[in-house]
Write a protein that binds this ligand. Structure first.
Ligand SMILES: Cc1cc2nc3c(=O)[nH]c(=O)nc-3n(C[C@H](O)[C@H](O)[C@H](O)COP(=O)(O)OP(=O)(O)OC[C@H]3O[C@@H](n4cnc5c(N)ncnc54)[C@H](O)[C@@H]3O)c2cc1C
Length: 496
């Protein structure tokens, strides 16, 4: 991983990204091995859409919004990988995340901008990583070098944290019962002079089939392991030998030139990862046998991941609200009190989110690791897991049956059908094409298998919301208020 000007390629381009995915990775979809993810019908839409956005990094309009000049190589590098050292850096990172999410309509749970902050989080705890001694490498040095490598080559990472969902009764939260884990959870089977050999599986890794690198660590649920062989964090190339990627059923297959824009372009895929005796080189390991640094990473309200997630969610909320408003106008129901109130409720969630985002900037702080972190967002993932489903429901309620009853593009193109469509399926002051395409967008958000996958994603991606609520309760400092209440109820009222 030694870098110099010749091995540092700088900000990713679309063509380089597409080429990088043709590397012999082992991807399985619907019982078959995928020969080339960039041309497979279920994966090419997303791969080429990401390539399109990568290309914006080199345009006059976006260069300064999406890239910075590396002081080490002079290359333009993605701002996603910029180590934030000031408020100005945080603002640059916000704009970069906004661009990624405006371009992808807030539909990408795993844009390349999302995983870079995970590595920056580890970089921030590099001293704690180094404190865990290993004769074969320095984990802190590894993360510094790895961050540099990703920055200078603008790599796209996936991440896999959770264990396979085989028998959770044998894996209660934060405990471990070795017999089952040994069969399913990822663990070290052997050490060699080159690295460690790992076997087991991970459930799951979004965007794995179209990533350059696979970052593997532990989820907050399973971070405390009784057996140290299960404690590990590393990153390896996605084409590493012995790693199988099993895709879920695609939700992207919508034919036609207009079709369903979100479903066609943004099915980022989710995948199981199966590891069979995979070599993880020593210089790619960040944590081994000892979880203390990871526990430190989960604490202290450190938040480098804020912008990528929050900008995505904000964009998604704005999209849902605007689609609902346009549909209410297109069928002449916007004036109704009940519909207006529902739209107002959607705007309330969207505005609350924006205020919270601004709040994170105001509570930003310098970490001990020398980086500028956004303020803590402990409750925000939980809030969105709750409100996302509510917003989808409001959209459904506003749309009525039009959500499913629209003509297809082929119906629209058929001259025999066309007069009926123009008469019976137009909207209030809008042509039938406009109305049906607008409704298809709503269908993508609230009905289609793509929309439902997004909904499931929003609920689970931040980890189990119930566990997060309990963690929030445990970390929430209420001493001031509970003390005052105790005081209030411990003596007679003063003016009684
Ligand atoms: C679309 C999607 C994309 C995702 N992408 C990624 C990704 O890119 N990378 C990644 O690492 N992860 C990803 N995840 C995984 C996500 O982090 C998990 O879904 C989440 O942490 C919950 O874990 P689980 O799915 O294994 O559910 P489980 O933990 O198996 O939970 C199932 C049910 O059992 C309950 N339960 C489980 N354990 C306990 C317990 N000990 N006590 C009480 N109740 C319990 C839960 O509350 C829940 O109701 C993704 C998930 C989805 C749905």
């Amino acid at each position: 991983m030694v870098l110099d000007a010749t091995s540092s390629l700088g900000a990713m381009t679309g063509a380089r990204y597409i080429e990088s995915l043709k590397d012999g990775r082992e991807v399985w979809l619907d019982g078959e091995k995928v020969q080339d993810v960039t041309s497979h019908p279920a994966l090419s839409g997303i791969a080429h859409e990401l390539a399109r956005i990568y290309d914006l990094q080199a345009t006059d309009e976006y260069r300064d919004q999406m890239t910075f000049v590396s002081p080490e190589t002079g290359n333009r590098c993605s701002i996603s990988w910029l180590l934030p050292r000031s408020m100005e850096d945080l603002k640059k990172k916000r704009r970069n995340s906004e661009v990624w999410n405006e371009q992808s309509w807030g539909q990408l749970g795993r844009s390349p901008d999302i995983l870079a902050p995970h590595i920056i989080t580890l970089y921030n705890t590099r001293e704690a990583l180094s404190a865990v001694k290993n004769p074969n490498c320095d984990f802190g040095e590894n993360i510094v070098n790895y961050h540099r490598y990703c920055t200078e080559n603008d790599l796209f990472l996936t991440h896999a944290l959770g264990d396979p969902q085989v028998d959770r009764s044998a894996q209660p939260q934060n405990e471990q019962r070795a017999a089952l884990e040994e069969e399913v959870a990822l663990h070290v089977v052997e050490e060699t002079k080159d690295g460690v050999i790992v076997t087991g599986a991970k459930q799951l890794a979004t965007a794995a089939p179209i990533s350059n690198e696979t970052y593997v660590s532990l989820s907050a649920t399973f971070v405390r392991r009784a057996d140290p062989r299960f404690v590990l964090a590393f990153s390896i190339p996605t084409n590493s030998r012995g790693m199988k990627i099993l895709c879920r059923e695609p939700v992207s297959q919508w034919p036609g030139s207009y079709g369903h824009p979100l479903g066609m372009l943004y099915d980022e895929q989710d995948a199981m990862l199966f590891f069979e005796n995979v070599l993880v080189p020593w210089d790619r390991i960040f944590m081994l046998y000892e979880a203390a640094p990871l526990l430190q990473r989960f604490g202290g309200g450190i938040n480098f991941m804020g912008w990528s997630n929050l900008c995505r969610i904000h964009e998604r909320m704005r999209l849902m609200t605007a689609v609902a408003t346009m549909i209410a106008e297109s069928i002449g129901v916007i004036e109704y009190r009940e519909v207006g109130a529902k739209l107002g409720e959607m705007i309330t969630y969207t505005e609350m989110w924006r205020h919270a985002m601004d709040g994170l900037e105001h509570t930003a702080f310098m970490t001990e690791g020398g980086l500028m972190s956004l303020g803590s967002m402990s409750g925000m993932n939980i809030y969105f897991a709750q409100t996302s489903a509510r917003m989808v429901q409001l959209l459904r309620e506003i749309c009525g049956s039009g959500l499913i009853m629209q003509p297809s593009e082929n119906d629209l193109a058929n001259p025999e059908l066309r007069p009926d469509l123009e008469k019976y399926m137009r909207g209030k002051g809008v042509e039938v094409e406009h109305k049906s395409r607008l409704y298809r967008l709503a269908h993508d958000l609230a009905v289609s298998s793509f929309g439902m996958r997004q909904e499931v994603y929003e609920y689970w991606h931040g980890g189990d919301p119930n566990r997060n609520r309990i963690n929030l309760l445990n970390a929430y400092d209420q001493k001031d208020m509970t003390g005052r209440i105790t005081d209030l109820i411990s003596r007679p009222l003063p003016h009684a």
